[in-house]
Ligand binder design. Sequence first.
Ligand SMILES: [Zn+2]
Length: 344
Amino acid sequence: MILRIQKMIFDFPKNEVAGGGFRPWNPAARWIVFAAWGLIVLAAGCGGREPPGAADGGRLRVVATTTVVADLVRQVGGDRVTVDCLMAPGIDPHSYKPTPRDADRLAGADLVVASGLHLEGKLTDLLERLGRSRPVVLVGDSLPEADLITAGGGLFDPHVWFDARLWSHGVAPVAEALATADPAHASAHRDRAAAYAARLVSLDERLRTQIATIPEGRRVLVTAHDAFRYFGRAYGIEVVGVQGTSTESEAGLADINRLVDLVVSRGIPAVFIETSVSDRSVAALREGATARGHDVGVGGTLYSDSLGGPGSGAETLEAALEANTSAIVEALADRSAPRAEDAP
Ligand SMILES: [Zn+2]
């Protein structure tokens, strides 16, 4: 077990950035950030870090990259951790660039938890460097490789949290890292982790049951970008991203026509948008379908790479997965049901 944890914490991604889904940095910018980061890490090392949690009533200072991993750390760490999340709700982690303030936040962390599998494409090198001076957990990289979906270029699809059961395997590595950093409360971290993993497994069963209520022919999830492949595989719904995996290039006319064919021939009543992605392609798809006599509604906005902000009711992964699934079932199950866009 200890060996496995060591490997999980210190071993860096199985997959190298090699012309895959994530653009390498401009070499000059890369060098500057490397140099700056080196100084920060050096300064932190030379200055002598305070003992874990010394400044915060004994609680561990954990820096998480995305809202999804911040939630995971809160669920496992409970009141023993103070979680600082680098990315605010609604931020796209694929394109997020670290700020100088982020470097300070990371330098002061007892533990860093990231989603991994190159989701945080522009943070990968910083996280690797940071991993030499303090524990860094990459949740996605700790999951069984056989369960990951390949994404081309030697990379894996990083959107693993959409499969609640698969994500539950990432709970123990976080608990072990917390237990190592906070040994006095190790059993409490492990107990909360076991309870949370069990909740994710029962959520997994609930989501599958809900998706199964959609008539089989209409179990097609058309979204703005291709973030839902794990969700589709886990819960039995075909997934089509209008813009593929890239959020920056517009879908071509041929792609739109292919999707118009799909929604018209299958009678798909609704497609979905995402807060962080332009809905232009989705609008073109709907226009194309209308021109062929088939009205396609907008089934709602799905939480994809970020959870909801305060007051959204989707501040946790469990709530976000429930909200997405309810929106999908409501929009696809009953053709006569009112759609979000029909509301005044
Ligand atoms: Zn994404």
